[in-house]
Design a protein. Structure first.
Length: 120
């Protein structure tokens, strides 16, 4: 996942961020690489079953964290992809796996429009 730098420019609250999908982890649910998603961090404690969420997964051995796009099926988060590399199920324990926010909207920019926008 890649976070955008412009939510304040759009007049959005700081707890709402724009991210861009960079994996196929939820492709079966319609989230494709390059799509944009609006994530509400304040809603993370209110996540319900089947919500699409951003989670942070901590790897204590390497002391690194990874942000993933997943579907919340309490008490776990799961992928919806035919790709076996993203099929790992993570238990949300709010220590090693934390929900960062709930996806509230998504959109796709056509390649033609995206190319036009980058010219300005």
């Amino acid at each position: 996942m890649r976070r955008g730098d412009c939510p304040q420019a759009l007049g959005l609250e700081t707890e709402i961020n724009i991210w861009q999908v960079v994996t196929s982890s939820l492709v079966i649910m319609g989230y494709n690489k390059g799509d944009f998603i609006l994530v509400d961090a304040k809603a993370s404690v209110l996540a319900r079953p089947s919500d699409v969420v951003l989670v942070q997964v901590y790897d204590r051995q390497s002391d690194n964290a990874t942000i993933l796009l997943r579907r919340f099926e309490p008490p776990v988060v799961v992928a919806a992809s035919p790709d076996p590399d993203v099929q790992l199920v993570h238990v949300v324990d709010n220590k090693n796996v934390c929900i960062l926010g709930v996806v509230t909207a998504s959109w796709r920019v056509s390649k033609k429009r995206n190319a036009m926008c980058s010219q300005f």
